[in-house]
Design a protein around this ligand. Structure first.
Ligand code: PRT
Ligand code: ZN
Length: 224
């Protein structure tokens, strides 16, 4: 299977989609997105844009299925830790943080929880979509915890009696507040980033990546 066109994976629909498309357009890429299609061809350069779930982007980059990906550092590091644990390829090169999609991954507890520092979390059950990042953080601090893995509705787990607290993404804090939760510990600060596969590129593809990155640097500089 050979492919001479550069492949970039971006989130299909979600918080990072619009900004990802905007950035690529500001770099001079001309394309029309059809959300129903997996692949969007760029009209004026040998580049294909792959539209996928954000969770799939790190793996596609690490397996060398795509050359570049735009994804949140939270998802990137979680998948990296997960693949490390499973002895799967987890190499990639972070080319640049992109200054959008900023958020924190934080531990939050019910208002009535008597929190006296991290030791209060010993053996508590914590609901999260990010078990590896949470485990790394708490293990480094000698705190044992019980897992409650949820891909959605994490913020309602304490009230539903499923967990003592949560570890979830926070931006404005409105979701925590609406659910009677208090942010007690930031464990990871995130923004989106553009990453490159570690699998050897052809010289032509590398030259195109270099050209794209110099344009991205220009776009970001102009914004500052
Ligand atoms: O369908 P797909 O799997 O691609 O999308 P998704 O639903 O998994 O992801 P999406 O679109 O919600 O988020 C994509 C990325 O945006 C995340 O991986 C982060 O890198 C980044 N991001 C930035 C956020 C937030 N801010 C954010 N606030 N992702 C999610 N949230 C959620 C959070 O989980 C919580 O439910 O928003 C809620 C909290 O927001 P506040 O403002 O109330 O604090
Ligand atoms: Zn997702």
């Amino acid at each position: 299977m050979t492919n001479n066109r550069l492949r970039i994976a971006v989130q299909k629909s979600g918080r990072l989609s619009k900004e990802s498309h905007l950035l690529l357009r500001r770099c001079g890429l001309k394309f029309n997105v059809d959300e129903r299609r997996l692949i969007t061809r760029v009209d004026n350069l040998p580049i294909d844009i792959l539209q996928v779930r954000d969770d799939d982007i790190p793996g596609l980059v690490m397996d060398g299925v795509v050359d570049l990906g735009i994804v949140g550092e939270n998802v990137l590091e979680e998948v990296e830790l997960e693949r490390q644990a499973a002895n799967k390829a987890c190499q990639y090169q972070k080319l640049k943080p992109l200054d959008f999609g900023r958020c924190k991954l934080s531990i939050a507890l019910p208002e009535e929880f008597d929190y006296q520092g991290l030791a209060s979390l010993q053996n508590k059950r914590i609901a999260t979509t990010y078990p590896y990042l949470l485990k790394r953080y708490l293990q480094e601090r000698d705190i044992e915890f019980q897992e409650c893995l949820l891909k959605g509705s994490v913020e309602v787990a304490p009230r539903a009696g499923l967990a003592d607290g949560i570890c979830d993404l926070v931006s404005t804090g409105a979701t925590l507040e609406a659910n009677g939760l208090v942010e007690t510990q930031v464990i990871f600060e995130s923004q989106s980033a553009i990453v490159q596969s570690a699998v050897t590129q052809s010289d032509e593809k590398q030259a195109l990546i270099d050209k794209l990155m110099s344009r991205i640097n220009g776009v970001i500089k102009a914004r500052e």
